[in-house]
Design a protein around this ligand. Structure first.
Ligand SMILES: Nc1ncnc2c1ncn2[C@@H]1O[C@H](COP(=O)(O)OP(=O)(O)O)[C@@H](O)[C@H]1O
Ligand SMILES: [Mg+2]
Length: 230
């Protein structure tokens, strides 16, 4: 029996047999403004509030205050779960030595959920793509050993349209999607219908998931998957 972790995104769990695979590493990919950061925050907030699970949010883009403010109006008040969710801000281009400090933090705080936003920015200061790929490989290996479910966001160039068989890249360096257990892509525009946004589970190990894009919305309560046919 595969243990599942609820995503905190209404309507999403049922596309993936009940949730993410516990202790797996998920690549959350999409262009800018597609909802990756909100997704990550919802995932941690939900874990803390509804399941009493601790979370670490490693941010390379927005400050802790900025992140909290982004979702404050969506019913996610991180002050309610301040003991359970730890934000770590790491300036982009700040350090090339992030693996062991991050590992220490996770070993000390023992979160069940981890979000790294973004993996792309985390490895950017490394010298070249060889080094970046090596560190991504090491990071994913470490996360898999640490008994947490980790979402790594990946910034990809915005796409013009989307269809269920659209391919394209899911990551900056081209290896992230192979190393991660799951790949979820957020899209905007293109499929029409009820929403101009969509979410697609591209791969998820041990899971019979819905494969095509499914309409989603970002609204007053954050991200939700819309009840459409899929
Ligand atoms: N209150 C809101 N209602 C509807 N959409 C919103 C709201 N707040 C943010 N958004 C949408 O979410 C986007 C930001 O999502 P974010 O998670 O920061 O994207 P990413 O991290 O992928 O760049 C905004 O560009 C906007 O389109
Ligand atoms: Mg973001």
């Amino acid at each position: 029996m595969v243990e599942r972790v609820k995503t905190g995104i209404p309507g999403l769990n049922k596309l993936m047999q009940g949730g993410l695979v516990k202790n797996s590493v998920i690549l959350l990919s999409g262009g800018t403004g597609t909802g990756k950061t909100i997704f990550g925050l919802q995932f941690l907030f939900n874990g803390a509030k509804d399941f009493n699970e601790k979370g670490i949010y490693l941010s390379l883009e927005e400050s802790e205050e900025g992140l909290k403010a982004d979702v404050e109006d969506m019913g996610l008040d991180f002050n309610e779960v301040s003991k359970k969710v730890k934000f770590i801000y790491m300036p982009p281009y700040g350090t090339t030595n992030f693996l062991s400090p991050l590992k220490d933090q996770i070993e000390k705080f023992k979160p069940k959920r981890v979000v790294i936003d973004s993996l792309t920015a985390l490895v950017m200061p490394l010298e070249d793509n060889f080094e970046r790929k090596k560190e991504i490989f090491n990071l994913i290996k470490i996360l898999k050993r640490l008994n947490c479910t980790a979402i790594l966001t990946s910034e990809v160039p915005s796409e013009s349209n989307i269809s269920s068989d659209s391919t394209g890249r899911f990551s900056k360096f081209g290896i992230e999607e192979f190393l991660c257990d799951s790949v979820i892509v957020l899209h905007y525009a293109g499929i029409g219908g009820e929403s101009d946004r969509a979410i697609r589970v591209v791969k998820m190990r041990q899971t019979n998931h819905v494969r095509g894009p499914v309409s989603m919305a970002i609204g007053k309560l954050g991200i939700s998957v819309l009840k459409t046919k899929y």
